[in-house]
Design a protein around this ligand. Structure first.
Ligand code: ATP
Length: 257
């Protein structure tokens, strides 16, 4: 499957990271990270376990503070932001985490309504209903509206989790291992959904994954974290066209011949 051409604005970075360092005691996880995410782009972040991919996402979303360096997200300086501005900024970002984070005691409809009711004070019932139907349509799961999360498959839960973030029209999407634990066909369907979200909602996304099929299908650009920095960036082919012993096994073990 070829990736649909994305409308990327390379003059408009939505995230700019310069010289980011983050340590935990004497363990230096991020050692001078530079990165830009452009408007409309899907950027895939690769790296071995423990290289700091989740730490990076947590710094970008203000859950962890940087030790050094600057992090600008949608024009806001994350290192110098008030709690109120940070809350408002987070509403402009959608998070898709591994466990989908659905409320098990609520139907799909209630799960989808929840962020709207909490973040859009005064929104009317008609508008809520229209948004719920729109996002369910976008993820192809209209029929699940009255079901409980426990009645959904892993792939469906993932889709509803994505729908729940889309309902607030996020400008940036952060996907943390979107295909983890899913069968290969469902993985491909989730990859296609990530690309559809990019097209339909004009999102800019960071996609953390160990799944190179996901990286290849969704990434307009790949950035690989090596020794605390993005030492390889480019298209999928560019990143893996190397004999670098830190990079090549990553490819070889993913596509065992
Ligand atoms: N709050 C914390 N306190 C102490 N150490 C932490 C904290 N958060 C992360 N770390 C450490 O930072 C390193 C990077 O963690 P991180 O979760 O970012 O890895 P990752 O690249 O996302 O790994 P994986 O692919 O396995 O999810 C790990 O060694 C982890 O133990």
């Amino acid at each position: 499957m070829d990736k649909p051409k994305a409308p990327i604005d390379y003059n408009n970075p939505v995230i700019t990271i310069k010289g980011l360092k983050k340590s935990f005691e004497d363990y230096h996880v991020l050692r001078g990270v530079d990165l830009e995410l452009y408007q409309g782009e899907n950027l895939v972040v690769l790296g071995r376990s423990g290289t700091g991919k989740s730490v990076l996402i947590k710094v970008v979303s203000g859950l962890l503070t940087a030790d050094h360096g600057s992090v600008k997200v949608l024009g806001c300086d994350i290192n110098n932001i008030s709690p109120k501005d940070l809350r408002e900024l987070r509403v402009r970002m959608g998070f898709s985490f591994q466990n989908s984070a659905l409320y098990d005691s609520m139907t799909v409809r209630k799960n989808l309504e929840f962020p709207l009711v909490r973040n859009r004070k005064g929104i009317g019932k008609k508008e809520i209903d229209a948004k719920v139907h729109e996002v369910l349509e976008a993820v192809g799961l209209r029929q699940t509206i009255n079901q409980m999360p426990s009645e959904l498959s892993g792939g469906q839960r993932k889709r509803i989790g994505i729908a729940r973030t889309l309902i607030l029209n996020p400008e940036i999407m952060l996907y943390d291992e979107p295909t983890a634990g899913l069968d290969p066909i469902t993985c491909i369907e989730i990859n296609e959904l990530i690309n559809e979200v990019q097209q339909q909602y004009k999102t800019s996304s960071i996609i953390i994954t160990h799944d190179l099929t996901c990286a290849k299908q969704t990434g307009d650009r790949i950035a690989m974290l090596l020794d605390g920095q993005f030492q390889r960036q480019g298209t999928f082919e560019e990143v893996f066209d190397t004999d670098d012993k830190r990079v090549k096994p990553f490819f070889d073990y993913n596509f065992i011949k």
